[in-house]
Design a protein around this ligand. Structure first.
Ligand SMILES: CC(C)(COP(=O)(O)OP(=O)(O)OC[C@H]1O[C@@H](n2cnc3c(N)ncnc32)[C@H](O)[C@@H]1OP(=O)(O)O)[C@@H](O)C(=O)NCCC(=O)NCCS
Length: 395
């Protein structure tokens, strides 16, 4: 098996729902970080790019019909460069990276752009047809997030808990207190705000039609506090613990990473920032989807013959503070472990579903390099009950 190198990566700032990036079409958003990679590596023979793989969780609007291919055409890459869009819901961006890495590892390809995109703001409302025909009385679905067109057998056998309800389930079953969740959420904001300078190193500004530039993540709140977090309602269960403050956001963004084989690194004079050592995915009950990182990580560490203690930094997606704490406590880590999401996570930064997995790999690799670490773990939970994990190694 060949080695896989992460050679560069860039992402847009993350916009709030209906926020700074609301006017940017999803396919244009997907093309932006790819264009940035092209500009940074202007002398590279881009016709030699074997594939573009992008994650996207929705694909019902401007991200329809293979948004990765649309992004190739919009970015200025040669038309000969093929592209594929993959969907593992919240882990779509990580699956894109994993798939590209696997193809390089086997020797099938040498140079790939992998990443992800989601504009949750621009997710459409969809109408079903009834008996193949348009029915003006049909129920419509907002595709921003969560269940739609539910199969009654799935409802019967597995339930259709919303994402916040799955976090309530973990909080109840594992006794994760509201105060601990809010304290975690506050740390996420504090770390993300403190890391603005570091995170700027992975961001490409987004030009808007009105002439302004979006230059930084819009979701972190410098002005939040334990008092404010404690005052928020728990609309998902009574009594409940999950609030808008201890949940990830609903956001927009895109990310693209350049992956290469050792031969391609040499041929194009690339400067790798990390090795991609492997990935694993695992299934869990949909009603506790947030625990997914535990079996995925365990599976991967066994396969790589590594331990959690060897991970110098961990990027653990913050779908909900309750879910993060369920995972870190299962791993025997303190709630405020300094090496877990040292630059904040999705509670502060936001979680554009298809983008996030690729962002975790980018931030995780940069952080590992910054602290002179040997290994980094990136992992996230996935709606409908899955987890995915990836381990990076130093170059
Ligand atoms: C939890 C959720 C439903 C909240 O949505 P929302 O109600 O639209 O959230 P908002 O951002 O409008 O926040 C609600 C209120 O809380 C306030 N708030 C949120 N976070 C806050 C914070 N950290 N500090 C202070 N106030 C905060 C907002 O200002 C807002 O106040 P307002 O009503 O006075 O304007 C939504 O963010 C969500 O679904 N998150 C999870 C996403 C998800 O499941 N992803 C996939 C995971 S696998």
């Amino acid at each position: 098996m060949r080695e896989v190198f992460l050679c560069d990566g860039v992402r847009t700032p993350i916009g709030r729902f209906n926020g700074a990036l609301a006017a940017v079409r999803t396919d244009d958003l997907a093309a932006l970080p790819i264009k940035a990679l092209l500009a940074r590596h202007a002398s590279l023979d881009w016709a030699a790019l074997d594939e573009v793989v992008l994650g996207c969780a929705n694909q019902a609007g401007e991200d329809n019909r293979n948004v990765a291919r649309m992004a190739v055409l919009l970015s200025g890459l040669p038309v000969e460069v093929p592209a594929v869009t993959v969907n593992r819901l919240c882990a779509s961006g990580m699956e894109a990276v994993a798939m590209a890495a696997r193809a390089i590892r086997t020797g099938e390809v040498e140079l790939v752009i992998a990443g992800g995109v989601e504009s949750m703001t621009r997710a459409p409302v969809v109408l079903p047809k009834v008996n193949g025909k348009f029915d003006p009385t049909a129920e419509y679905f907002d595709t921003t997030i969560g269940w739609r067109f539910v199969n009654p057998v799935i409802r019967e056998k597995f339930g259709t808990d919303s994402m916040p309800e799955t976090a309530e389930n973990l909080a109840t079953e594992r006794g994760i207190a509201r105060a601990d969740q809010d304290a975690y959420a506050l740390r996420s904001h504090q770390r993300a705000v403190a890391a603005r300078g570091f995170l700027a190193g992975e961001i490409v500004p987004v030009p808007l039609a009105n002439g302004t530039m979006v230059t930084q993540d819009e979701h972190p709140r410098a002005d939040t506090s334990l008092e404010k977090l404690a005052s928020l309602k728990t609309p998902f269960r009574t009594p409940g613990t999950i609030t808008a403050g201890n949940a990830s956001g609903v956001n927009d963004g895109a990310c693209a990473l350049l992956l290469a084989s050792a031969d391609a690194v040499k041929r194009y004079g690339l400067r790798p920032i990390a090795r991609l050592l492997g990935s694993a995915s695992a299934g869990v009950a949909p009603r506790v989807m947030g625990i997914g990182p535990v079996p995925a990580t365990r599976k991967l560490l066994v396969r790589l013959d590594l331990t959690l203690a060897q991970m110098d930094n961990v990027e653990l997606n913050e779908a909900f503070a309750a879910q993060v704490l369920a995972v870190t406590r299962e791993f025997g880590l303190p709630d405020d472990a300094a090496h877990v999401n040292p630059n904040g996570g999705a509670i502060a930064l936001g979680h554009p579903l298809g983008m996030t997995g690729a962002r975790l790999v980018l931030t995780g690799a940069r952080e590992m390099q910054r602290r002179g670490g040997k290994f980094a773990l990136c992992t996230l939970c996935v709606g409908v009950g899955q987890g995915q994990a990836m381990v990076l190694g130093a170059v």
